[in-house]
Design a binder for this molecule. Structure first.
Ligand SMILES: NC(=O)c1ccc[n+]([C@@H]2O[C@H](COP(=O)([O-])OP(=O)(O)OC[C@H]3O[C@@H](n4cnc5c(N)ncnc54)[C@H](O)[C@@H]3O)[C@@H](O)[C@H]2O)c1
Length: 240
């Protein structure tokens, strides 16, 4: 049985991906900062839970170095609606670490094993913010754009070992992150979230399952000739 690790697997898109990959027959490791949520999802799908902060590189190595990982979904992420002039260097550091450096750490620890076994798939969860930018999310856009560059570079390096690496770029998705951030940022947050929804040509937010379907496809043999690609799953928010 193949093993999939889903970071941020305890909520939203990550929980949907965990459920979907389990349904597709993979043994799923649900890794999340929120250990209770990781346990809940892992119990539901018969997977394994790990409490893991992807920004703690030592902890990432400790948690993943002994595991044979066939599929890695770098999904853990965070964002804050904030105009750049109102941010601090600590804010940038936090956002870059969660959304970009955490994915690099997880990839670093599992990639060598994948290459040695000449088999493996990595899917990074970026964002339309990383492709086209977003208002009140400059560090987040930078991190998610960085993740797309990272995806392509890993795809190039790992191809000769039969390891693929792709990304998805979701638009607005109905998850605690979107609604929590919108509520946290008050009236501005609600307006920004609604503006994102209005910018999709389908005129709605996506569901976590719709993103999970795209990730499951990229992780599957059906996508065996796809690498270095960014799949927008965003209701047509941008058509770059
Ligand atoms: N919801 C959206 O509209 C949207 C749009 C584009 C991209 N995304 C991306 O999708 C991914 C999932 O977001 P979501 O909307 O499901 O949010 P969510 O808040 O529902 O889930 C995120 C999960 O990541 C976990 N997490 C946060 N920091 C972590 C850390 N340091 N280490 C490990 N786990 C951590 C949280 O505990 C949570 O379970 C994120 O990368 C996000 O940037 C979301």
């Amino acid at each position: 049985m193949t093993t999939a690790v889903v970071t941020g697997g305890g909520s939203g898109i990550g929980a949907a991906v965990s459920r979907r990959l389990a349904k597709d027959g993979h043994s799923v490791v649900v890794a999340d900062l929120n250990g209770d949520n990781a346990e809940r999802i892992a119990d539901e799908i018969g997977g394994v839970a790990i409490t893991l902060d992807v920004t703690d590189t030592d902890a990432v190595y400790e948690a993943l170095r002994h595991r044979e990982v066939d599929i890695l979904v770098n999904n853990a992420g965070n964002s804050h609606f904030q105009f750049f002039v109102d941010t601090t260097p600590a804010d940038w550091d936090f956002i870059l670490k969660v959304n970009l450096v955490g994915a690099m750490a997880c990839t670093h620890v599992v990639l060598k094993g994948m290459q040695q076994r000449r088999s493996g798939v990595i899917v990074n969860v970026s964002s339309e913010a990383g492709r086209g930018g977003t208002v009140a999310g400059a560090p987040y856009s930078a991190a998610k754009a960085g993740l797309l560059g990272f995806t392509k570079a890993i795809a190039m390096e790992a191809a000769r070992y039969n390891v693929r690496c792709n990304a998805v770029a979701p638009g607005p998705v109905d998850t605690p992150m979107l609604h929590g951030e919108a509520a946290h940022a008050g009236e501005l947050g609600k307006r920004l979230a609604q503006a994102m929804i209005d910018s999709t040509v389908l005129k709605r937010a996506g569901s976590p399952d719709e993103i999970a379907g795209a990730i499951a496809f990229l992780a599957s043999e059906d996508a065996s000739f796809i690498t270095g690609h960014t799949l927008a799953v965003s209701g047509g928010l941008s058509m770059l």
